[in-house]
Design a protein around this ligand. Structure first.
Ligand SMILES: *Cc1c(COP(=O)(O)O)cnc(C)c1O
Length: 420
């Protein structure tokens, strides 16, 4: 569900015509719907109302300060993966007591910053990292709350790049070595073993892999309890999929209905790290058609957005629905085209072999479901300034990130004196 609908022949975000935003900030631009964000967060939160829980929004999916502030206001925490994300989270008013820190390569500096902020816990990805956290915690005289991330060896049946819970993955600690690692962790002077973590992948469209992973984790928790290791938190990660084209992923309530019977009697606080399911369908990328090009074998629509603005199609072969902003344009004869950007790479496309109503140069198009892993993955490749982000609330337009300038492009660069 989202709030990008046609009214009077034109695509709107809530009560604002997309063309008005385009006029105000130019194209390309990202547009997010406030009401959609709120609805998605609340749907997730209320699905788990019958169990103590913390929602730690996976901010790698969208880390704009305004989006994070909105989440914090709703009572969300965040899942961070770097010192930079910690900085953004604190700047946005996310309470440290709701911040969890994941990622396989935390540096000593990042660990120190997180300890200083007194975050809820670290999600530990390896025994080497466990030792590093023990050392840093000892050096600053603090005890680090941790959850060990278990790799349950479950195939989440998603794209290999976003599958994280299988044996060959770089993430987590192998399930059969878990008890050993937990025992080691609980013997460490500056480690407080608070939880178990498992995140098996992203864009999951079935409940079954979540259940399979959870069953393994619950068995582990029971074993640990029997050994006197008192687990208080169970972190089930994120990963719930969204509809990009015709997927029918479970709703947060379906997930809750399936998972709660397995965990409700364990006396644990549930931690969840949804990202995509909150922001994915709450955002679009708006682009303008520049040229039509009839190639020998293919037809191209060349648009002003490119892989540096939205890399998911190039990186994962991801599908994003593309809609004309002018509804009438959608009724024209359909044509098979590639939608490509101006970047000098053959991999620069937003859609391939797409049957699309004919567009005319100058017309606006909306790349749907672009709120997650969209702007955050943007780069300046080809010296393209990164595009603005806009939050629409009701009838109001809020620019939450300005378009970068050419000066921004060269910020921090210097020409040494010998070259002058
Ligand atoms: C990426 C990630 C998430 C969020 O995944 P979504 O599919 O966006 O919900 C949650 N937890 C961890 C550890 C992650 O790496």
């Amino acid at each position: 569900m989202h709030d990008f609908e046609y009214h009077q022949g034109e695509l709107y975000c809530e009560q604002v015509p997309i063309s008005r935003v385009a006029k105000e900030v130019g194209t390309p631009c990202y547009i997010y719907s406030h009401s959609t964000l709120i609805r998605h967060f609340r749907a997730y939160d209320s699905a788990f109302k019958n169990i103590p829980h913390v929602i730690a929004f996976a901010m790698k999916s969208n880390s704009n300060l305004a989006i994070l502030s909105l989440m914090a206001k709703e009572g969300s925490g965040v899942d961070i993966v770097s010192g930079g994300e910690l900085f953004r989270a604190l700047r946005s008013g996310v309470p440290a007591s709701k911040i969890v820190f994941a990622g396989v390569g935390k540096t000593a500096d990042e660990i120190r910053e997180a300890l200083k902020a007194d975050i809820l816990m670290f999600n530990i990805e390896s025994s080497a990292e466990l030792k590093a956290i023990q050392e840093v915690a000892a050096s600053v005289g603090k005890k680090a709350r941790v959850a060990l991330r278990i790799n349950p060896d479950i195939d989440p049946k998603t794209h290999p790049y976003i599958s994280t819970g299988m044996k060959k993955s770089k993430f987590g600690i192998a399930a059969d070595r878990a008890v050993e690692e937990f025992t080691l962790a609980s013997s460490m002077s500056h480690i407080d073993v608070a939880g178990v973590h498992a995140h098996i992948g992203s864009q999951l469209t079935e409940v079954a892999p979540f259940i399979a992973a959870l069953k393994k984790v619950v068995t582990l928790i029971e074993t640990l309890k029997a050994q006197g290791i008192n687990i208080r938190y169970l972190n089930i990660g994120g990963g719930l999929g969204i509809t990009y084209s015709d997927e029918k992923p479970p709703l947060p309530q379906d997930l809750s209905d399936a998972l709660l019977p397995l965990v409700k009697d364990l006396g644990l606080t549930l931690v969840m790290e949804p990202g995509r399911v909150i922001v994915g369908n709450a955002g679009i990328l708006v682009t303008k058609a520049l040229y039509l090009k009839e190639g020998e074998a293919k037809s191209f629509v060349i648009v002003d957005a490119a892989m540096n603005d939205l890399i998911r199609p190039s990186l994962y072969g991801a599908y994003h629905e593309i809609k004309p902003v002018n509804e009438e344009a959608g009724h024209r004869a359909k044509q098979q085209v590639d939608i490509v950007g101006p970047v000098c790479e053959s991999g620069d496309f937003l859609a391939k072999d797409r049957l699309l109503a004919a567009v005319k140069p100058g017309e606006l198009m909306a790349v749907m479901s672009a709120g997650a892993y969209g702007f955050v993955m943007a780069s300046n490749y080809n010296s393209r300034p990164r595009v603005p982000e806009v939050l629409v609330k009701g009838g109001d337009i809020h620019v939450i990130r300005e378009r970068e300038t050419y000066e921004d492009l060269v910020k921090g660069e210097t020409i040494p004196a010998f070259l002058k």
